[in-house]
Design a protein. Structure first.
Length: 323
């Protein structure tokens, strides 16, 4: 075959495939809809045209005069034109990530583009966990939809336990509008609760969400209310300063009233101390919690204490109970 014909055919094939890739890529960007398309249909398409997963298309952004190019997986999670979740395409995120890993979409280590940062420095996994200012009904819907995607990503090992601390995901979900996602992450990795930065949770609904989780997993530590920050202030002190005494105590009492108080009243056999005694060692604002707990069942606490030889202070001045 003459070289001129061979080059011409090659160019035609390349142009044809570029057109096919563009069509498939634009479909992933602008037409993907789980009300119209099945997971199997989309999977077959991207396996036949894997280049479509890396196809960058320009999207108009409400916060910019210039369109910006994104990957399909980024466009599937977030509608950059309206700054809201792309509910029609978001269910395809696990599929796009799984197939993207196979074809090395995005930079190395981004799990098929799932962790590829967009122009604002955010990635799809992070956006799945962010708080949206939608109305209550829409926020609840977003919480459920995103949680389903997160669960599937975890099952596929595309969302890992260490991601929770590494990417500081708990602060992003510590809100009433993202409570189901927050509770799921805490249930998966309760110890991550202790890494929450206090300034990020000391706002009304965020504080209540965090405290309820703390009381559930760390009842003998009073839900981490006595945990100190780098300035030496406890969570409770910081909350009183930030929210005001009345609002702070209302939030704490609301959480205490909603849990199984028996888990908080009993003595911590490992530390040989009653939880209320943690409050007794702290500043005056802790007395509200101490009084609340003693009032719940004073006779039991007193009788249990009498069964012990007495109280004493250790070398550091902390009160404990000696058997």
């Amino acid at each position: 075959m003459p070289e001129e014909i061979r080059d011409s055919i090659k160019q035609r094939v390349e142009d044809f495939w570029e057109g096919i890739t563009g069509d498939a890529g634009n479909f992933l960007h602008f037409e993907l809809n789980d009300n119209k398309h099945t997971q199997d249909e989309v999977k077959k398409m991207v396996q036949r045209i894997p280049e479509s997963l890396s196809y960058e298309a320009d999207h108009d952004r409400i916060d910019s005069d210039e369109p910006t190019a994104f990957l399909p997986i980024q466009a599937a999670v977030w509608d950059y034109g309206n700054l809201q979740y792309n509910f029609e395409a978001i269910s395809f995120i696990p599929l796009l990530a799984e197939e993207g890993v196979k074809t090395h979409v995005g930079e190395e280590g981004t799990r098929g583009g799932l962790l590829q940062e967009d122009v604002q420095g955010e990635h799809a996994l992070e956006i799945l966990l962010l708080y949206s200012d939608d109305d209550d009904d829409m926020a609840e819907h977003a919480d459920l939809v995103c949680l389903d995607v997160i669960k599937r990503l975890r099952q596929m090992d595309l969302f890992k336990k260490e991601d929770i601390k590494k990417h500081s995901f708990l602060p992003r979900t510590c809100h009433i509008a993202t409570q189901k996602r927050f509770e799921y992450l805490v249930d998966w990795n309760p110890s991550a609760l202790k890494t929450l930065l206090l300034p990020e949770i000391i706002t009304g609904s965020c504080f209540e969400v965090a405290l309820e989780a703390g009381l559930k997993y760390f009842p003998k530590e009073l839900g981490l209310l006595c945990k100190k920050n780098s300035d030496g202030e406890t969570v409770m002190e910081d909350t009183y300063h930030s929210l005001g005494e009345n609002e702070a105590w209302h939030a704490i009492k609301y959480c205490l009233d909603r849990i199984d108080i028996e888990k908080v009243l009993g003595r911590d056999s490992d530390a040989n101390i009653y939880p209320f005694m943690l409050a007794s060692e702290g500043p005056s604002v802790h007395l509200d919690v101490m009084y609340y707990l003693l009032r719940k069942d004073p006779s039991r606490v007193i009788n249990d204490a009498r069964c012990m030889e007495g109280s004493f202070h250790d070398d550091d001045g902390a009160m404990t109970m000696k058997e």
